[in-house]
Design a binder for this molecule. Structure first.
Ligand SMILES: Cc1ncc(COP(=O)(O)O)c(C=O)c1O
Length: 406
């Protein structure tokens, strides 16, 4: 008997395992099959993606990526240590810099000083901040983190900022579009229905929106999307400093799928620096840090960004002046019969509809005033977009439009 048991024990064990665990094994395999990227749609249909799962959203190669470790990653330099240390690690020029010294050392790859101050100004924890070479860099990196080329899709709501589509095209990512409503408000319900039917990795929402200038939805509508859709929701707040409503950075603690973009290019008047911000969960920020080029923010930009943050009052004064100039343009533009409609703006630009946008555009260009013709954008037929200029520039624009009218 013992002999027989010994002889067949592995078979008995196998038989027991199969009987007891085979159903679990089957379910497990089925789940794996459903969660396979190519079959994600079925997972959505079966309601398996109702909870946010960052790992499932991230491209597997990025999740597994061991990032490049730059020389300056390997230790933290205390501020009072910088002069005492001897840097022989990064093949820099120890003698100095051609031109204006001192630029011979690589900058802090994680911009710690700048983030420390920014954290206080924005009331967002340092580990929730990513800085990019413009917020355009953050947009591109989000594609690289979340979207597998030739496979994944995102959702945008035209008319909106053009770089979402361009970045998607560069990264070979599909783009589905749900137009804003006629009044440029957000069709939140339509978006939610679409996300139930298709598996979008990311949704880009711009608020206030470019090129329309308006606030596209109340906060509750964004929160509904953030709650019910479990992909990444990017809210681009490039123009938030000009808006009467507050930023949604306060929602970051509540929604792990939220990414907010802001920039130093608009109200701060620092477009030349190329400095953009992304605010998100520490996990998403970690992923952006993994894929970014090691020294994506140069030292001069870090220095000037830090300086700018000491002068918030000046930024606020700029915003106030832009508001004043914008109000003046709103008062002037209705005098022209060819201006058929003025759209409300919470930004530093105004969109208006005219009967012959190309003719007005060409006339202004001929007189060296460059505006943006947005008339080929969906829902924007006949529309030109003008940035609010200085008092002199705005006066010049209106004088030219008066001449155009006769
Ligand atoms: C909505 C929106 N987002 C982002 C940007 C780009 O910002 P940055 O200069 O930080 O790349 C712009 C620039 O016009 C914009 O309109």
């Amino acid at each position: 008997m013992t002999h027989l048991l010994e002889k067949y024990s592995h078979k008995i064990l196998h038989q027991t395992w199969t009987t007891l665990f085979f159903p679990f094994y089957l379910v497990d395999e089925l789940l794996k099959y459903l969660m396979n990227k190519n079959d994600r749609q079925q997972a959505v249909d079966y309601g398996l993606m109702k909870t946010f799962n960052l790992e499932q959203l991230v491209r597997p190669n990025i999740w597994a990526l061991k990032p490049y470790s730059s020389a300056r990653d390997e230790f933290v330099i205390e501020e009072d240590e910088t002069h005492a240390l001897t840097f022989l690690d990064a093949n820099e020029n120890p003698l100095g810099s051609v031109g204006n010294a001192p630029n011979n050392r690589y900058p802090d790859p994680y911009q710690r000083q700048l983030k420390q101050t920014l954290s206080k100004v924005k009331q967002v924890a340092e580990e929730r901040i990513f800085l990019g070479n413009g917020s355009d860099e953050a947009v591109d990196l989000l594609f690289r983190v979340f979207c597998t080329p030739g496979q994944d899709k995102i959702l945008i709501t035209p008319p909106t900022y053009g770089m979402y589509q361009v970045s998607a095209d560069i990264n070979h990512v599909g783009v589905d579009k749900i137009l804003l409503n006629e009044d440029f408000s957000l069709p939140a319900e339509k978006i939610l229905v679409a996300t139930q039917q298709e598996d979008y990795k990311m949704i880009f929402l711009c608020n206030p929106n470019n090129p329309t200038g308006n606030a596209i939805a109340p906060q509750e509508a964004f929160e509904k999307i953030l709650t019910e859709y479990k992909g990444i929701v990017i809210i681009d707040e490039a123009y938030i400093d000009f808006a009467v409503f507050p930023s949604m950075v306060g929602l970051l603690d509540r929604y792990p799928n939220l990414v907010i973009l802001q920039t130093f290019s608009k109200a701060w008047g620092l477009a030349n620096l190329r400095l953009g911000m992304a605010f998100a969960s520490p996990e998403i920020i970690g992923l952006l840090n993994k894929v970014k080029p090691p020294y994506n923010i140069n030292g001069l930009t870090q220095e000037l960004g830090l300086k700018a943050l000491q002068h918030i009052a000046q930024k606020n004064a700029f915003v106030e002046e832009i508001h004043k100039q914008r109000a003046w343009l709103y008062a002037q533009l209705p005098q022209f019969d060819f201006v058929e409609k003025l759209y409300p703006s919470e930004t530093n630009f105004i969109l208006f509809k005219t009967n012959d946008p190309q003719q007005l555009y060409d006339y202004l260009v001929k007189h060296q005033v460059i505006v943006r013709n947005r008339s080929t954008q969906p829902l924007c037929a006949g529309c030109l977009r003008i940035s609010v200029g200085t008092e002199t520039e705005n006066q010049r624009l209106i004088d030219l439009m008066k001449k155009f009218a006769v």
